[in-house]
Design a protein around this ligand. Structure first.
Ligand code: HT7
Ligand code: ZN
Length: 819
């Protein structure tokens, strides 16, 4: 506590702080990574550096002087503009920086060290010259070209799409190897986890390239949505994060569709949307159904570090996207302009953002009310929308009724007096006939319909239940529902398998077509899960075989999109549909479907492989990346079904690979499914080849963690000299990946891996509470598992809860889970 007994007039306060950055393993505040100094101040790191009213609404102008040994720390960086740099006595030097913009202290940063620098000058749309720079550890400068170019693309995109220009003369990105998250948007001095900057074809995959572009964009876009307009308090975190995720998603979609003909552009956009929705369903839907469920604007927290969640980020982005859908592209842009007009330079709330959007919406639609939309900010849980239709052949009408519901979740359950209010759900639908032709939807006499998009319409569901009657529907339609995933909800509609098969093959909306394939295969896997639970003989519904054959051979579709159409739903998404969760039989069922599809269509997979296998110079563009993803998917199907030809192709691909996507695309299925004597030498080769590249060694640890057949192998990997818990990337690569994605070993019925998890949470907690708390969340949904897993999980959680001196971060997670 600091008491200042001075009259309430202007005064100067000097504080001298002494800290020990090399002993700081939390990676919050000022710390050492390699031989350099870095800071991480969001959310509450600045208070670890000096006394300060560390809140986002306290905004100050910073003058920073850095003074250091010139040999060890030739580069001294901070936010804003460099005022002067000069040599001092005793081989020391100093640099003075000034950031002209007032900012909260969470955006403060300093870096001191020796780096490779890649830079370019660029010109903003108003004609100002700006310097863009990427600093990375010595020897890695060759790998920063893609990041620097991505930064310039982000700069141009924000000018074009939102009219937002860079407001500084210099924009720096600095790479750090030890970092708790992906990157940090400090004003003018972004600090990045190396995994989101460094890339070259030999060491980075297509996913890495896309991830770098997206994260570089994300942090750059924060300069306006987060830095120029910031949060009043941390409950408003989604104000900047949800909005900035939405902006980075749109940036990636526009980059992916760039320069493509119309059809290919549509499918590239669909690929991006599918990817985002898959991420939402894998991480956010389970979160919204568990003990950590919270609205995108949480009402309470014990430790803000625990609320950098998928809900605040990804669901937050969906809530922004719905406003974009309701206002339209132009209306949304006007709303953004209005938001900046009202709030530039301020620390504001989510309500302020919605007010700006609402002002445009009510101008556009004076008779409509936007108020209900705010419930998305105050209520948690994933709503369900039940769809019912009545088709009248005589009147040629089709009545569509939507009914919404949302169970209480998380702390909402502790408040019986609370009634959940309806959400404002923009529900995009289309109708097709049996041949896949669109049925025109006449909305002239309908209310509560927003816009028509191509051949579909947006139904505005605001009440518990509403009906829309469509006229002149001459045939019983097939419903294409929640196109483009227009709202973050579950849809309940009683499709027949045959209807789904039609949609899988013909829906004109690429997202909905993929969705139909997911629904069809989900149903089959869940049915087979019961079959395996009861040890009954299993066989695959031939309709699935037909649909997969149709899509495998539909060469009118781009490869990248086709790869998604042919991918089975992720285990985590399927877990959400099971009550109770039986992880091992679900795993068995999913594998059975994959292997059956692999062997039944072996010839087609081999052909698909050949059609998409091209050697030549690497390019991360979406068409080439799509071809690699389809051919590697083909390999995975083939090898999982023990195809000799598939194994042979993978061995060849591994040996001749000229890029990391191909190398891993071959190695991963071999490690998982081929005999150990085939895969082991390749894994060793991979390890030897890339020993000196930490990011590739992370990949190796993940490959091994996912292929491990018992806990002993994981313990063995932890004993290798390259493993350390101090580096979050390494801990994530081995431990997180093992616990999240190696279902067979992690969920073994003896519960041994759960105790292993408990030990590692405690070990990690002593070093780095932020990362430990994230790791602890793996057990969030333990109550929904079947016995005996459930009891073993509970015991493991209790072990952690009883650990002496457990951090506040991890305590919040395990106590909520056990409650
Ligand atoms: N705004 C950044 C959040 C962040 C962070 C939060 C807690 C601990 C460490 C952290 N590093 C970065 C990242 C972003 O969303 O852009
Ligand atoms: Zn962010």
């Amino acid at each position: 506590m600091l008491f200042i007994n001075t009259p309430l007039t202007k005064f100067k306060l000097t504080i001298v702080s002494i800290c020990n950055p090399s002993a700081n393993s939390t990676l919050m505040g000022l710390y050492v990574s390699g031989k350099s100094f870095f800071t991480q101040c969001e959310a509450e790191g600045f208070r670890r550096i000096t006394f300060f009213p560390d809140r986002p609404d306290v905004m100050s102008e910073y003058f920073v002087t850095l003074n250091a040994d010139k040999t060890r720390f030739p580069m001294l960086l901070s936010n804003g503009n460099l005022l002067e740099q000069k040599d001092l006595e005793n081989n020391r030097h100093e640099a003075k920086w000034h950031d002209p913009f007032k900012k909260p202290c969470y955006l403060f940063a300093l870096v001191a060290g020796d780096f490779d620098v890649r830079e370019k000058t660029s010109t903003t749309r108003s004609g100002r010259e700006v310097l863009l720079q990427v600093y990375s550890d010595k020897g890695s400068g060759e790998q920063t070209l893609w990041a620097l170019d991505s930064l310039e693309r982000a700069m141009f995109w924000d000018e074009k799409r939102f009219g937002l220009e860079l407001d500084l003369n210099r924009f720096m990105i600095v790479v750090v190897r030890d970092f708790n998250m992906g990157a940090m948007e400090n004003k003018g001095l972004n600090i990045f986890n190396a995994s989101y900057v460094l890339a070259d074809p030999e060491t980075a995959t297509d996913t890495n390239y896309t991830g770098i572009e997206a994260v570089v964009g994300h942090e750059y876009f924060h300069n306006w949505t987060g830095n120029r307009v910031t949060c009043r308090d941390w409950f408003q975190l989604s104000l900047k994060e949800g909005l900035t995720v939405f902006r980075d998603q749109e940036f990636t979609a526009d980059m992916m569709a760039r320069n493509l003909p119309e059809q290919a552009a549509l499918s590239a956009r669909a690929v991006k949307r599918i990817d985002d929705v898959t991420r939402l369903r894998t991480a956010q839907f389970p979160e919204d159904a568990g003990p950590m469920a919270h609205p995108i604007r949480p009402d309470s927290y014990q430790e803000i570090g625990n609320f950098y969640t998928s809900t605040v980020y990804e669901k937050g982005a969906e809530i922004i996207r719905m406003q974009h859908t309701l206002l339209g592209e132009q209306g949304f842009r006007t709303g953004m302009d209005e938001y900046f007009r009202r709030h530039d330079g301020q620390a504001v709330t989510c309500d302020d953002f919605v007010n700006a959007m609402e002002s445009i919406y009510t101008k556009q639609y004076p008779q409509k009310d936007f108020a209900v939309f705010r419930h998305w900010y105050s209520q948690a849980g994933t709503p369900r929308v039940k769809v019912e239709i009545i088709y009248d052949e005589v009147k040629q009408t089709c009545a569509v009724t939507l009914t919404q519901s949302c169970e209480k979740v998380g702390v909402e359950k502790l408040h019986p007096e609370l009634e959940k209010k309806p959400f404002f759900i923009p529900f995009h639908i289309g109708m097709i006939d049996a041949e896949g032709n669109s049925i025109a939807l006449d909305v002239s006499s309908l209310e509560n319909v927003t816009t028509t998009i191509n051949d579909g319409v947006i139904l505005e569901l605001k009440e518990p239940s509403q009906t829309w009657i469509f006229q002149r529907i001459s045939r019983r339609p097939f419903l294409s529902l929640l196109r483009d995933f227009s709202a973050p909800v579950y849809v309940d509609y009683d499709y027949s398998i045959e209807e789904l098969a039609i949609l899988c093959a013909h829906d004109k909306n690429p997202f909905a077509r993929w969705e139909a394939a997911q629904e069809l295969s989900s149903r089959e896997i869940l049915r087979l899960c019961q079959v395996f639970e009861h040890d009954e003989p299993a066989s695959l519904n031939p309709i699935i075989l037909d649909v997969w054959k149709h899509n495998l051979t539909d060469r009118s579709l781009d490869s990248g999109y086709r790869a998604w159409l042919l991918t089975l739903p992720a285990e985590k998404i399927l877990f959400e549909k099971l009550s109770p969760i039986t992880p091992l039989s679900l795993y068995q069922a999913r594998e059975f479907v994959r292997q059956t599809l692999g062997s039944a269509h072996e010839k087609l997979w081999l052909e698909t492989y050949q059609q998409n296998h091209h050697q030549g110079e690497y390019s991360p563009d979406p068409i080439s990346a799509g071809q690699r993803s389809l051919k590697n998917l083909a390999l995975a199907y083939l090898i999982s079904s023990q195809s000799k030809q598939g194994i042979k192709l993978a061995l060849q691909q591994y040996q001749s690979a000229q890029n990391m996507t191909d190398r891993m695309g071959a190695l991963s299925p071999l490690l998982n499914y081929a005999p150990r004597e085939i895969s082991q030498p390749l894994s060793q080769d991979f390890n030897q080849r890339f020993q000196d590249n930490p990011l590739v060694m992370d990949k190796w640890f993940t490959l091994e963690a996912l292929a491990a057949k018992d806990l002993q192998q994981i313990n063995g990997l932890m004993q290798t000299p390259l493993f350390t818990l101090r580096n979050p990337n390494r801990a994530r690569a081995l431990l997180f990946q093992f616990c999240i994605n190696n279902t067979l070993v992690f969920h073994a019925k003896d519960g041994s891996a759960y105790q292993f998890w408990a030990d590692k949470v405690c070990e990690l907690d002593r070093l780095n509470p932020e990362v430990a708390a994230r790791f602890a969340r793996i057990m969030d949904n333990w109550q929904r598992y079947a016995s005996p897993n459930k009891e073993f999980m509970q015991k493991a959680l209790q072990t952690v809860a009883q650990y002496p001196k457990l951090s506040k971060n991890t305590t919040e997670i395990v106590s909520k889970a056990l409650n």
